[in-house]
Design a protein around this ligand. Structure first.
Ligand code: 3HC
Length: 488
């Protein structure tokens, strides 16, 4: 019967496949999990047992419920066991040749009414569908890592998907307690098309020495309020998967934004793939970072917009500011590079920029002239007022805004292209990546003009076409529109 998915096959029981199998089993659906050989099958069983075991340990699941869930999953090394499945979803490595071969087999083995779904991160669902004799019954069903936790499922239909099938699969996603967002077949769909260029951009900033790995992770977690920093997230997703997604995006766009940073390619080549290989950007065996220096006091002068408020915070912490000529450190509060102030100072090497981001982080920007001891002293001042310092170079939009604004720009371009609605894009980013707000909500919160100006500054500095404000953003600001909510 159309839409009744009572037995589901999952092919590939790596982290994602096992997580997907768990989602179905938790929803009371019988699952047949298939792996290539006995060893991989044992690993897949291990993923399922560990994940549900953790849930029991946390009191989220009783032992009896866990047994029921595991009891719904049959494990096999034979694809032939999928003959009666109502839907089969594959989560095998992102190699088109593997997918094609698998879908050819599934098409032969599965009953004609069965739906064949792919959890591909970015490959063309249309191309996969075309390898089968039932292209209308092939669809994308894209889960997010960790699958049992993230609430989004992207449902990808192609030009040749049977009418109504996307709706049935979206209903199935709801049955799993997920929220579906249904879109057409474009490289990266919604989330990966917005997320991966941002992660890649973080790698470019690291490679260019704008800030350190931990600085960037901290800035995005505490400053931008994201659940994980970009390097921790790259390690979770897998550097190889991330590299593959970027390669697919690049093949479609030929946009430098999608050209994987060499630092990413290098790690993939070295087998540093992330959590699954014991380390990527972060290493499992890495010693814990040494604790930060004690907050330190010094003679400080404070300049710039918001400088009085910062001086008052220092004063409350017991440190009175002094005139510029007496200062060991000159702190210029600024959201733009501060180096232009340097020539007017008696000691240009004592200047640092300070950009407060949210209420927990301050980016501490060193110019080409700033002395390292001055930068360290400024970090100490930041700690003195209870903020976390993120040392960085004095570059346009520093760290958080340099990463956030191009991502928001990409979201505006995506909406303007007609690929997805603003609501769908916001929902996808909130539920797929655990963000507190989607990009359009974020644009409204920050102000369209602020983001437009930040993008102009980034473009002026780097001259990369992708940093130029999206035409729609320029138009809205020119028309005096303050919020995307004001649009029809
Ligand atoms: N498997 C199962 N459950 C897990 C898990 C895992 N691997 N990791 C965490 N959880 C569960 C925990 O058990 C806990 O559940 P509980 O509340 O019922 O006890 C819950 O998730 C929260 O976990 P923690 O408290 O340990 O950790 P955090 O609060 O730090 O949250 C996180 C962890 C959910 C991973 C959070 O950091 C997050 O949302 N990160 C963003 C992840 C993200 O962006 N994913 C999308 C990546 S893109 C993608 O997958 C697409 C692909 O195509 C590339």
């Amino acid at each position: 019967m159309a839409g009744s998915f009572e037995t589901v096959g999952v092919v590939g029981l790596g982290t994602m496949g096992a997580g997907i199998a768990e989602c179905f089993a938790r929803a009371g659906i019988a699952v047949i999990g298939v792996e290539a050989g006995p060893e991989a099958l044992t690993r897949g069983r291990g993923h399922l047992e560990d994940s549900t075991g953790r849930a029991v340990a946390k009191g989220r699941l009783s032992e009896a419920e866990r047994s029921e869930i595991l009891g719904r999953v049959t494990l096999t090394v034979s694809l032939e066991d999928l003959a009666d499945a109502d839907l089969v979803i594959e989560a095998v490595p992102e190699v088109m040749d593997f997918k094609r071969a698998l879908f050819t087999d599934l098409d032969r083995i599965c009953k004609p009414s069965a739906v064949l779904a792919t959890n591909t991160s970015s490959l063309s669902v249309t191309e996969i569908a075309a390898t089968t004799g039932r292209p209308g019954r092939v669809i994308g069903m894209h889960f997010f890592n960790p699958a049992p936790v993230m609430r989004l499922v992207e449902v990808i239909h192609t030009l040749i998907t049977d009418d109504g099938l996307a709706g049935e699969v979206a209903d199935l996603a709801r049955r799993l307690g997920k929220t579906p967002v249904t879109v057409g077949d474009r490289a990266g769909f919604v989330v990966n098309r917005l997320l991966l260029p941002y992660l890649n951009h973080a790698a470019v900033l690291l490679e260019n020495g704008v800030a350190t790995r931990d600085g960037i992770d901290t800035a995005m977690r505490l400053g931008a309020g994201l659940p994980m920093g970009p390097f921790a997230l790259l390690d979770l997703i897998g550097l190889d998967t991330s590299y593959e997604v970027l390669s697919v995006l690049f093949r479609e766009s030929h946009d430098r934004r999608h050209a994987a940073a060499p630092i990413l390619r290098e790690r993939v080549a070295a087998g540093l793939l992330g959590r699954k290989s014991g380390g990527g950007f972060h290493r499992a065996s890495e010693p814990v970072a040494p604790t930060a220096d004690e907050p330190s006091a010094c003679l400080v002068a404070v300049l710039g917009e918001g400088g009085d408020a910062f001086a008052a915070r220092l004063s409350a912490a017991g440190l009175k500011s002094v005139p510029v000529e007496d200062a060991e450190v000159v702190v210029a509060l600024s959201s733009v590079p501060v180096v232009e102030l340097a020539p007017g100072l008696p000691h240009p090497e004592r200047l640092v920029g300070l950009h407060l981001v949210g209420d927990q982080v301050a980016e501490v920007a060193s110019t080409a002239l700033t002395g390292p001891e001055v930068a360290r002293a400024a970090e100490g001042l930041v700690r003195l007022v209870g903020l976390v310092p993120v040392p960085c170079r004095d570059r346009a939009e520093f760290v958080v805004d340099a990463l956030l604004y191009p991502y928001l720009n990409d979201a505006v371009r995506m909406y303007d292209s007609g690929y997805a609605t603003r609501d769908d894009i916001d929902t996808a980013m909130r539920l797929g990546c655990g963000y507190q707000t989607g990009p359009f909500e974020k644009l409204d919160e920050l102000g369209l003009e602020t983001v437009r100006d930040g993008l102009r500054a980034l473009y002026a500095e780097y001259r990369e076409p992708f940093l130029a404000p999206a035409p729609l953003l320029e138009q809205l600001v020119a028309a005096g529109v303050r919020s995307f909510r004001d649009l029809p």
